[in-house]
Ligand binder design. Structure first.
Ligand SMILES: Cc1ncc(COP(=O)(O)O)c(C=O)c1O
Length: 367
């Protein structure tokens, strides 16, 4: 049975990359050594990490005044790293409260002693609609504005970024990194855990503008941007395998026509599913249309038992990990870069069939 993995992360990887890893596992780059056993202080790994950096620069058009860094600690590590490194002047952060992960970022910053102002919130709209600033942020108050570009759980995306004068924007791009085009210049810092669009879990990318980085006293070395710039992300042992695998995914992405190429495919994939949901009498996607995510599509019936049945039967049909996040329930299909369009066709076919077979239940469901 063909299996498609709709998990929100760690998530599906390109089949060709998995095969390449399998082939190269005993001997990376003809070295006679596995990537699992080589030193990060080797010339071999220097080439791997530098290639990955350059490929990211090429794919995202990253200007010269930005640094590309590889950390451990995930997006959650960056919730701490961002304020510790960047909120050094006002110790105050503005936050767009667009859902769960924005809140987690705000909580972490507050926990570390920074002031966090929620400038706009989607809470009253149940996070089904994105909050926006009604006017530009005043200058010289906030060290930065935190935005979650894609809300993994709620299925909403800031497709456009409104720059804020001199206040830098920090973008948590964890769940739509490399899936749609953004202008790096609009951000002071972009960060993303790899495990959705870039590779296996274990490495986190941070792309930071040079003028925002300074030496800061009393912060943990493993989250110190200034130190990681000086040490080419190798102050300590980096996640060697995860960086290698991410490097392969970046080369694969170049072969797909880069971000523009993959975005066009992502738009097709998402349209297939949204079009089905729009006409379905059983399943609905409840997100404000212009805010709809390309990468995470939540949907549900109005009956949690029917949702459960759909998730189970989908699993039996090889469509894995469609359970929505516990905070919103229902189903969620994550359609990251590596999900082939055939997977979305298979999902839509399944949902059609499920809806037909469960007509009698539908009669009892209030919409
Ligand atoms: C938007 C967003 N930010 C941050 C995180 C946390 O990332 P991590 O698990 O890598 O710490 C996630 C995880 O799913 C996420 O979706």
């Amino acid at each position: 049975m063909k299996v498609y993995n709709f998990a929100a992360g760690p998530a599906t990887l390109p089949a060709t990359v998995i095969r390449q890893i399998q082939n190269e596992l005993p001997s990376v780059a003809g070295s006679g050594m596995s990537i699992l056993e080589i030193s990060h202080r080797s010339e071999l790994f220097d080439n791997i990490i530098n290639d990955a950096k350059q490929d990211l620069v090429d794919l995202m058009n990253i200007p010269d005044n930005y640094h590309v860094l590889f950390f451990q600690g995930g997006g959650t590590g960056q919730f701490a790293a961002a304020p510790m490194n960047l909120a050094t002047k006002y110790h105050k952060i503005a936050l767009l409260d667009s859902g769960h992960w924005a809140n987690r970022a705000g909580d972490e910053a507050e926990n570390l002693g920074f002031d966090v102002d929620v400038i706009a919130s989607g809470k009253n709209d149940k996070y089904e609609k994105l909050p926006h600033l009604s006017q530009q942020l005043p200058a010289n108050i906030y060290d930065y504005l935190h935005i979650t570009t894609n809300n993994t759980i709620e299925g909403t995306t800031y497709h456009q970024i409104k720059t804020q004068g001199t206040t830098p924007i920090v973008g948590d791009m964890s769940s739509n990194f490399l899936a749609e085009k953004y202008n790096v210049n609009d951000f002071g810092l972009i960060f993303a855990g790899a495990q959705k669009n870039l590779g296996p879990a274990g490495v986190t990318v941070a792309i930071v503008r040079d003028d925002l980085v300074h030496h800061v006293d009393h912060i943990p070395s493993i989250l110190d941007y200034d130190l990681f710039i000086k040490k080419n992300s190798m102050f300590n042992t980096p996640p060697v395998f995860a960086i290698y695998a991410a490097g392969l995914v970046l080369k694969w992405l170049k072969d797909q026509g880069g971000i523009e190429g993959i975005q066009a495919v992502n738009e097709k994939k998402a349209a297939l599913l949204y079009d089905f949901l729009d006409q379905s009498k059983m399943f609905t996607n409840y997100v404000n249309k212009p805010d709809s995510s390309l990468t995470n599509v939540p949907f549900k019936t109005n009956d949690p038992d029917l949702d459960k049945k759909a998730i189970q039967e989908a699993k039996d049909a090889g469509l894995m990990n469609l359970k929505g996040h516990r905070s919103v329930g229902g189903l969620r299909a994550s359609l990251y870069n590596a999900m082939p369009i055939e997977g979305v066709h298979a999902l839509v076919d399944f949902l059609h069939k499920f809806e037909k077979e469960n007509q009698e239940v539908l009669g009892n469901v209030q919409r």
